[in-house]
Every structure is written in C-alpha cells, then in structure tokens.
Design a protein around this ligand. Structure first.
Ligand code: WT7
Length: 656
C-alpha cells in the first residue's frame, strides 16, 4: 500500500458560507467536534441518545450494543419498532397533507402524493401482500422502475416485516434468477415495463425468463404493476395485477413490530469473487443513520425539497429515497427518466420546476452533463439550490468546480459523501455548515464513525501515507452479515490479517498531512467502479466463460475512463483460432451483448482484446497487473521474469 500516493495536490479550500453555518443543524466546527468527543467519551451512550431521540420504538431498547458475537454486532437488540411506521404514521398527525413524493415521469408528467395518501397506499398494498399469505421474515424480490409504487412496495414489505431485496431494473433475467435463488424469495413485485429516455423497456418478460430458468420454485406470486400498459403474459394463478391485489383492501394496516435487528432488506452487490454478496441490513440501526445523515449531511429543513437521483435498485435509493427522506418527513422528488432526455438540461429544468433545495447525484452524471452541455444550467433558475451532494466514486476536481460554480452558483456547499452498500449510510463526508471543502476530498468522518487508515498488518499509518481504509468500531447501520454466508462476511470485512476486529472497506485511501482529510484513491480488491456502480471483475469473467461455445478463458481488468471513472477491459482467449479484423469485431460485439444478457448492460466490456493465451506465471496464475498496464497503454515496468509466455504481451497490446 505504500505505493498509494496522492497524485492530486489540491490547494483550493472553500469554507462554509457564514449564513449556512448560522442556520445549519450542525452549526460550526465546534459543534461537530463536540459530537465527535461525545462519541469518543461514551460511544454507546452517544448512539443510545440518538436512537431514543430519533426513532419511535414500540418497545424501548435497554441494551445499545451487543459485541458478544463480534463481528456479528447487534444494536438496540431488545427494542422493537417498525420502519414503515417510523416513515409514515409518525407524520399523520403533524403533517398529513404535506407532499411526500413529487414523481416526475419520463414524459414529464408530474404526480404528487401527500404523507396521508402514501400511508394509505402503503397500507393497502401491505394488506394485499398479507392476503397473498406473505409473512414476516419472508423475502420479497422487487424489480421495479423508478416510481411511487417502488417506494410503496418497499414500505409495504417493511410494514409487514417481510425482507425486501430490490434488484436494479437494468439487471438481466440471469442476475434476477441468481438473486431469487440466493435469497430464497417467495414473491416478486415488478412492473410490466418502464420508460426511460422516451423508450419503453419491458420488465415483466425478464421475470418470466428468470423463473423459467429453474431453481426459482420458491416463488409463489408475481405481482405486476401496470406502468406501460403493453401486453404481457400473465401466468395464472402465479401472476396477479397490482391493482387486483390492492382492490378492496383496507386503507389501514397495523404495522408488524419487529426486533431492531430484524432484516429490513437484503441488497446484492459485487465482491471479489464471481458470486454477488447479499448484504443484509437491520431495521433499527439502518433507519437511525438514514435519519441522522438526512439531518446532519443534507441539513434537512421542513420546507426543503430534496432530490436524490439514484435508482431504488442501489443502496443510495434505499437510504435516500425509500427511507431517510420519509423518516424525517421531507418532500422528495422521484424521477423515472434519464438526465439527457429530452435534452441534457432535464435535471436543471426539474430543479427549477420543483424548486429543489438539496440535490444529490453521481460524479459520472455530472461529467456526462458537462460534456453534453456545460452551459445548460445557466438557462435555468437554480436559485432554490442550497446544498449539492455527490456519491459513488471520487469526483475529479474539474467536475467538482463545475458543479460548484455552474450548478451551485458558488454558494452551495458540496457534500462529497463516501459510503458503501455495506455501511448503510454516509460515513465520511463534509457537513454543509461545518467543513471547509477541498475539491475531490470526502473530508472527515461523521461523529461516532471511527474511520482510519492502516497498513496490511492493521497498524495505523501516519497522515500523508496511503493505506487501507478501515472502520475501527461498529456503527448502527452497518452490514449484519452476507445473507446465507456468514463465513464470507467475516473473511471479506473482518480479515484475520488485520487482526479480525477492523472493518475493511476495500478502498485505498490517504489522509492529508495537515487537515487529516480523507481522499479515496480507489478499490484495492478486484472490484471496479464503473459510473459509480460496483462490478466484480470475477463476475464479468465468469459471465464471459459461461459462453462455452466461444470462450476458453477470460481476464477482466479496469482502466481509468474520463466519463465513467473506470471502464471494463476484457482479455479473451477463444476456443479455436484467434480472430482478427472484421471477424474479431463481430465476435467482440457478440460477447459484449452476451455479458449484457448475463449480468446487465452496465457490465458490458468497453473493450475486448483477443489473445492466443493470457500472461501467466509458471504456476498458472494470470498476471493481472500486466493486463492492467496493457489496458491502460502503459509501459510494462514490472518484473516479467516469472512469466511463462512473455511473447503474449505484444499480441495483447494490439487493439481491434
Ligand atoms: C464504493 C461503494 C454508497 C452508494 C453508492 C456506491 C466508492 C462511494 C465515494 C466517494 C470516492 C466513493 C468506493 C466505495 N465510493 N462513494 N464519495 N468518493 N469513492 O455504493 O456500490 O456499495 O460502492 O464506491 O470505492 O467502496 P457501492
């Protein structure tokens, strides 16, 4: 890790505007430090206080943190609550008529629901799920477009104590089938289709295909929300329309009180091996940090309109669409479409139309919008904006400056939030009324989050020196286990090499010598970050070799990309001869489409190179470091004396 160096020497500093500090929920550095000190002094007391102040408990907890089964931690374990009650019922007396969701469809049609309406819709659907016999603890797979109904589906599961597992609508039938099997899901909630960028994209056929692949016999019901209205096959008695399931159901539904540790959801994410990990989250701890970060990081104010542009298929859409904003009682925007349709001004127009105050998006979206129309924001009235946020990957200082000046009018703090599917909520991030900003840095850990940088033996490294990003103490919204694979949970996140007690994030990082600010350098494992989406190189490799008609062997690496952060490059050995020219181009296309079908379009290799074989050591290990250098077009400076077949390097340097 000593080879992690900061290539950036960013000296610009943007202190929080005076007016922002004054009104902020966490006002000024001293207030932030006081909370950090409280957490240092009395770790459990700190979290217990916040859990009592923020969550509504049907049965109060008496014990805050149970470490007896470490690293399987339990938070607020003898307490009981319901996530949906905490998001909806709590607002029924105080603000029933406040708009909860402003939904804008791909075609621009706007639908609003109030807290009271959302509550009734969730209750009706929850009663519908109950009528199908879905019970507490059973897993329900959600495969939905961005919609009010996606939120309703998740909230309804939470209401009856069913554990949802949302699969991103861009994932393929194969990915869906794997997740259904792994989760042992008993029902699927989906839509007939969705609209994105003016095009209709079917969803239900992928569900049919997944279920026909076999192994999904656990599925008893498929509930289909009619979005596109295009004809779909309805397989009776398994398939039911959403509107039939809710028809005649009561508008109230007593929440099922669950233990604070009850799994609210499972969300699959990529790891270092071919098989995605089912990240299991709790109810109490997860919801607590969703609320706290809405208040601290997004400085939530009752009059705010909040917009997180993520899809509900990712953790960002769980924490900052389906739960966090509702739990604090916010008005939030939910958007079905894409940022470039009908043109690259869509986001800016929506901010203007809905008077958005807090806007949260991904660096990759920012970069693509700069490219598609860097001056477009100036055509819109963006004066409602107060705070901007980014998530998913490091933001390059150029994109940061554009976001700050052109979108935020140089007045809005940017919260560059570092976190992961596994952390459940923000971990390292500026606070808008506290932290002087440095472009490209996620700055400091939140109070109670004991983030540090260590070497390969788990020892702290001094500021200025690169190393592994770890969290030294558990936190309420942390991953509880990998669904069905506790051993993998231990090995991936609490490795023995580091002493077994540190949470290993999988990112390389370093802290600034003077300020202690964190900067994330990138993944240290075989995980790529393409457009802010996590992809395992092994997962793409297994998808490629699954094409047993064509592929003999494959190795996948990442390469920096101006637009997507990282791009996927695949080195492939075909059965038979090594193709060149048009044949190679046609086969590369076939394989790219194959990967899209196996995993989803986001995993498509940007480039495929064919070789007679791959660079291997004499013991047969693929030398990925060499492939990485080749993919980046770099000189190979590494030692290649252990390489079995050095001649292959020249062949692989050739592009199609
Ligand atoms: C990985 C987690 C958290 C929701 C979206 C991604 C990278 C995330 C940042 C940031 C630099 C970041 C890390 C992390 N990442 N946020 N602000 N700066 N890198 O969730 O799919 O679980 O991916 O995304 O590499 O480990 P995820």
């Amino acid at each position: 890790m000593s080879n992690i160096e900061s290539v950036l020497n960013e000296t610009r500093v943007f202190p929080p505007p005076e007016a922002m500090v004054k009104q902020a929920n966490v006002s000024g550095m001293a207030a932030y430090k006081a909370m950090c000190d409280e957490a240092e002094r009395d770790f459990e007391g700190f979290w217990a206080r916040l859990a009592r102040e923020n969550l509504l408990w049907s049965k109060p907890f008496t014990k805050t943190l149970d470490e007896s089964g470490a690293p399987f931690y339990k938070w607020f374990h003898d307490g009981e609550l319901n996530a949906s009650y905490n998001c909806l019922d709590r607002h029924l007396k105080t603000q029933p008529d406040k708009v909860a969701i402003i939904f804008e469809a791909d075609d621009g049609k706007v639908t609003k629901v109030t807290y009271k309406e959302l509550y009734h819709r969730v209750c009706q659907f929850a009663n519908g799920l109950k009528s199908l016999g879905i019970k507490q603890g059973e897993r329900v797979l959600v495969y939905m477009p961005m919609s009010i109904e996606a939120v309703v589906a998740m909230q309804a599961c939470a209401r009856i104590g069913a554990t949802h597992s949302v699969v991103f609508g861009g994932f393929s039938a194969k990915s869906l089938q794997e997740r259904i099997i792994d989760a042992g899901a008993i029902a699927v909630i989906c839509a007939d289709g969705q609209f994105r960028g003016g095009k209709e994209i079917p969803l239900k056929p992928a569900v049919d295909e997944a279920l026909a692949m076999g192994g999904c016999e656990s599925i008893r019901d498929v509930v289909v929300y009619k979005r596109s209205g295009s004809p779909v096959a309805m397989n009776a008695p398994r398939d039911k329309w959403w509107h039939d399931v809710t028809q005649g159901q009561a508008q109230d539904c007593e929440p099922t009180w669950v233990n604070a540790e009850h799994p609210l959801f499972i969300l699959y994410t990529s790891g270092s091996t071919g098989k995605p990990k089912g990240v299991q989250h709790s109810t109490g701890g997860f919801l607590l940090q969703a609320m706290l970060t809405m208040k601290w990081v997004f400085d939530y104010k009752p009059t705010d309109v909040f917009w997180c542009t993520a899809d509900v298929g990712w953790v960002t859409g769980h924490t900052y669409i389906a739960y966090g904003p509702l739990a604090v009682g916010a008005t939030e925007v939910v958007f079905e479409g894409v940022p470039t349709y009908p043109d690259a001004g869509r986001f800016w127009k929506m901010i203007q139309d809905h008077k958005v105050n807090v806007f949260y998006t991904a660096p990759t979206a920012i970069r693509s919008l700069i490219k598609a129309g860097g001056d477009l924001p100036k055509k819109y009235d963006l004066s409602s904006l107060r705070i901007l946020g980014t998530v998913g990957e490091p933001i390059n200082p150029e994109a940061w400056m554009w976001y700050h000046e052109t979108v935020g009018g140089s007045r809005c703090p940017i919260v560059d939030t570092w976190w992961q599917t596994e952390t459940g909520g923000h971990m390292i991030t500026p606070l808008p009324g506290v932290t002087p900003l440095v472009p490209g840095s996620c700055t400091l850990a939140l109070p109670g989050i004991m983030a540090a940088i260590v070497d390969e033996t788990g020892q702290d490294v001094p500021n200025g020196q690169g190393g592994l990003l770890v969290i030294k103490r558990p936190w309420p919204s942390m991953i509880r286990t990998i669904w069905g694979d506790p051993e993998r949970y231990k090995k991936s996140y609490f490795p023995e090499e580091l002493g077994g007690k540190l949470y290993l994030a999988g990112d390389g990082s370093l802290r600034d010598k003077e300020t202690g600010y964190f900067r994330i350098v990138g993944r240290i494992d075989d995980v790529l970050n393409v457009s802010g989406h996590r992809l395992g190189t092994m997962e793409i490799e297994s998808a490629l070799v699954a094409n047993s008609r064509l592929v003999a062997e494959a190795a996948v690496v990442g390469r920096p990309d101006d637009m997507t952060g990282e791009a996927v490059v695949a080195f492939v050995v075909l059965k038979g001869h090594r193709p060149t020219g048009d044949e190679a181009k046609a086969l590369a296309k076939e394989l790219r489409d194959w990967v899209a079908k196996e995993i989803g379009p986001i995993a498509k290799p940007k480039e495929i190179r064919f070789g007679d074989n791959l660079p291997k050591t004499r013991s047969g290990k693929i030398m990925r470091r060499l492939l990485r250098a080749i993919a980046r077009g770099e000189e190979i400076t590494q030692d290649i004396s252990t390489l079995e077949n050095p001649a292959i390097l020249d062949q692989l340097k050739q592009t199609l």
